[in-house]
Structure formats: structure tokens, C-alpha cells
Design a protein around this ligand. Structure first.
Ligand code: E4P
Length: 212
């Protein structure tokens, strides 16, 4: 499973990159809105930092305007993936971007049906939002599993990118299901490193070493 960082903050991205595990970045309008300064410059810097796909979302809600935004986004850097919400207009835009050879990430996906349509339209990635389904009392991980099953049934090549990952167990379960990638916020990434027995074990080793 590839690991992407869900962040638009260059400092966080550099810290995560130093762990050697980050193979891409996902941003969204909410994450980008938190950053100060020129957003295009920020995206350009992120794209330089990361040797892998960097998803940047369109703001438009109509297909034609999405296509115009996408055309500008892909000029920023060669590793931009255009993130498009899974609406009727979004699907139209994904299909057209696919025809133009532009990579897309279908975002705000909450069902296997939506994911299948995104794959048919030619999305490079689909992003089921696990945590947001859990938030409304549904089972986000079951939806991820459903998508994996449907995609395997038909040998679909669209990559399943588990998103809205809120804790280490989401990450673990996504890996167990064989998701192609998971995008994790920095807090979750750093949590993945932690284990109480590692801390206890290290403290004991260091204590024993001091008493030699
Ligand atoms: C994915 O691409 C999204 O940016 C992200 O995972 C959304 O996560 P959230 O539901 O925690 O905001």
C-alpha cells in the first residue's frame, strides 16, 4: 500500500518525507485554505518536494469550469493529479480529462456505485472517505471493502486511495484489505510509529546500558 500525506503544509510534508515512507500528497480546499500565502506557489513547492502524485482539487462545480481549472492546475507541475468531486458534473469532467490524458482523483466517494462510475470514466484514483462515513454511523471500512471487491471482480485498474483516515486502525484495515494507497494526516502518520512496548523496551535497554 502506498502512503500519501493528507496535508497542504510544506513543513509537515518535509517532516513526513524524512521518514522515507511518503509516496504522494493529497490536498483539499479546506487544507489549502489553512495555509498562508499564494496557494499556487505552495502547490509548486509541494510538487518539487514529493516525487509522486500530488492531488489538487478543483473548486468549480460545473464540468466546463472544472476543465478550465484542471488545465491551469496541470501547468503548475507534471505530478499534479486533478481532484474532482464525484458529482454528475464531476464525472463528466473526469471522463473528458481522461480523454485528454490528464490524471484524476475522484474525491468525496461514499459508495461502491460511485467508485465504479469513477473507474468507468477513467479516474486514476478513487478516494472513499472512511472516517466521514463512520461519522454518520455507517461503516466506512465496509465501503472500502465493497469497492475493492467490485474492482477485483472486473479487473479495474483505477487505484483505490483510502481517504479520511482518522486513526491507526483505519490505516491497518485499509492495508489488510489491499487498498492501493492510503492518505493519512500527519498526526496519524506519526502515531503509526508509536508502540508502548517500543518505548518501554528502549528505556530498559538504555537503563541497563548505564549500569554496565
Ligand atoms: C482526501 O483526499 C481528503 O483530503 C481527506 O482524506 C479528508 O479527510 P477528513 O474527512 O478527515 O477531512
Amino acid at each position: 500500500m502506498k502512503i500519501f500525506l493528507d496535508s497542504a503544509n510544506l513543513e509537515q510534508i518535509r517532516q513526513a518525507k524524512a521518514l522515507g515512507a511518503i509516496e504522494g500528497v493529497t490536498t483539499n480546499p479546506s487544507l489549502l485554505a489553512r495555509e498562508k500565502g499564494d496557494w499556487k506557489r505552495a502547490i509548486r513547492q509541494i510538487c518539487k518536494e514529493i516525487d509522486g502524485p500530488v492531488s489538487v482539487e478543483v473548486i468549480a462545480t460545473e464540468a466546463s469550469a472544472m476543465l478550465t481549472e484542471a488545465r491551469d492546475l496541470v501547468k503548475i507541475a507534471p505530478n499534479i493529479v486533478v481532484k474532482v468531486p464525484l458529482t454528475l458534473e464531476g464525472l463528466k469532467a473526469i471522463a473528458e480529462l481522461h480523454r485528454r490524458g490528464i490524471e484524476t482523483n475522484a474525491t468525496l466517494v461514499f459508495s461502491a456505485n460511485q467508485a465504479l462510475l469513477a473507474a468507468k470514466a477513467g479516474a486514476s484514483f478513487v478516494s472513499p472517505f472512511i472516517g466521514r462515513l463512520d461519522d454518520i454511523g455507517q461503516d466506512g471500512m465496509q465501503t472500502l471493502q465493497d469497492i475493492m471487491t467490485v474492482f477485483r471482480n472486473y479487473d479495474l485498474t483505477t487505484q483505490v486511495l483510502a481517504a479520511s483516515i482518522r486513526h491507526a486502525n483505519h490505516f491497518f484495515q485499509a492495508a489488510m484489505l489491499g487498498a492501493d494507497a492510503a492518505t493519512v494526516p500527519p498526526t496519524v502518520l506519526f502515531d503509526l510509529v508509536q508502540h508502548p512496548l517500543t518505548e518501554i523496551g528502549l528505556a530498559k535497554f538504555l537503563e541497563d546500558w548505564k549500569s554496565r
